[in-house]
Design a binder for this molecule. Structure first.
Ligand code: FAD
Length: 341
């Protein structure tokens, strides 16, 4: 089995930048993510939104930032293991350690049953492995991928389509605002009288061509191969209505949790992992960075995750090789990465 110098758990923006730095430091690197694609929240939750607070980008589309991070990270050819969640960790003693390598290493188990060996771990698991909150309706499950969606990967999918959006939070309202120009029509329903979304966005939504129905819920979904029609009902008056739609976007939020990583013996403070200024956790050899890492004054932003990723990986380097310096030098003084275009 390959034993890695560093295994980065979580391929969101922080994990991707950590993978780049690990490559720059000549570390044998693996990235593991529970999702089927890299990019973390950027690709899974808001690929079509603009981000305005990443240094060097006055404005960048979330999915474009993710792609740039992926391109940058893959230049050193790390191993990428996707669609599989890390569950257990064991610390093992190597009776015959390779020269100059630590005698301890970690074994990591995944949900799919594979085991991965590594000398150090950088946890960049964000808010944990996440899954969309589902509608409690059998029909919705039947039409998943056949007109029922939880995330928007490509806006073009809804071009000239009749769309029903369900939800009252920021995602539902933002998608109403982002998609009404390309969709044929949009109806947005929410089961409560008040929206949870940002006040300003709700105001814009009411001024937009989106048809808003509150307090409404989905009763049934009909169609042959794909969604064709839906029955919605007013949960106060019980009045029902049929709508012809091509797509249903369920923006009911998502559930995320760090799962069995909670049982690894790490210091956890309110679901976050406590770290030092070197991004070390209380378990030697395990580092954390990005949304999951906490310390006094922490800001959960993409920008902070980048700096923390560099700190975590460079300190992991000195953990494996105490003769190495934490400071990596300036990349501008180095050879270009092997995959550099
Ligand atoms: C709608 C929205 C808009 C936002 N806008 C901005 C913005 O404008 N500016 C800004 O700075 N921030 C913004 N954020 C926050 C930003 O996206 C996060 O701070 C950032 O994604 C954190 O990056 P991360 O790499 O630490 O974690 P994540 O992006 O959450 O990535 C973590 C990855 O770890 C994986 N993972 C978790 N547990 C496991 C496991 N056990 N095994 C394997 N893989 C696992 C997950 O699948 C995920 O891919 C926004 C967030 C949302 C939801």
């Amino acid at each position: 089995m390959d034993r890695y110098d560093v295994t980065i758990i979580g391929g969101g923006p922080t994990g991707l930048f950590a993978a780049f730095y690990a490559g720059l430091r000549g570390m044998k690197t693996e990235i593991i993510d529970a999702l089927p694609q890299l990019g973390g929240q950027l690709t899974a939750l808001y690929p079509e939104k603009y981000i305005y607070d990443v240094a060097g980008f006055p404005k960048v589309l979330s999915k474009d930032l993710a792609q740039n991070l992926i391109d940058q990270a893959l230049q050193y050819n790390p191993t990428v293991h996707l669609g599989d969640k890390i569950t257990d960790m064991r610390i093992q003693e190597d009776e015959n350690p390779a020269e100059g390598m630590p005698s301890k290493y970690f074994e990591l188990d995944t949900e799919d049953g594979s085991t991965h060996e590594t000398y150090s771990i950088v946890l960049t698991i964000g808010i944990g492995a996440f899954a969309p909150r589902k509608l409690n309706l059998e029909d919705a499950g039947k039409f998943e991928g056949k007109g029922v969606d939880y995330f928007v990967k490509e806006k073009s999918k809804f071009k000239n389509k009749r769309l029903l959006i369900v939800g009252g939070g920021d995602s539902a309202v933002d998608w109403g605002l982002h998609l009404h120009e390309i969709a044929d029509s949009i109806t947005l329903i929410h089961r409560r009288d008040r929206f949870r979304a940002h006040e300003d966005s709700v105001k814009q939504l009411f001024e937009s061509p989106v048809t808003i129905k509150i307090p409404y819920e989905v009763k049934a979904i009909y169609g042959n191969a794909t969604v064709e029609e839906v029955t919605i009902f007013n949960n106060k008056t019980k009045e029902e209505e049929k709508l012809e739609v091509d797509h249903i976007l369920l923006n009911l939020g998502f559930v995320a949790n760090i799962g069995k990583i909670k049982e690894w013996g790490l210091n956890i403070v309110k679901n976050d992992i406590e770290v030092t200024s070197k991004m070390e956790t209380n378990v030697p050899g395990i580092y954390a960075a990005g949304d999951i890492a906490t310390y006094p004054g922490k800001l959960k932003l993409i920008a902070t995750g980048f700096g923390e990723a560099a700190t975590a990986v460079n300190n992991a380097k000195t953990y494996i090789d105490p003769s190495a310096k934490a400071f990596p030098g300036h990349s501008s003084d180095m050879e270009p990465p092997p995959g550099s275009k």
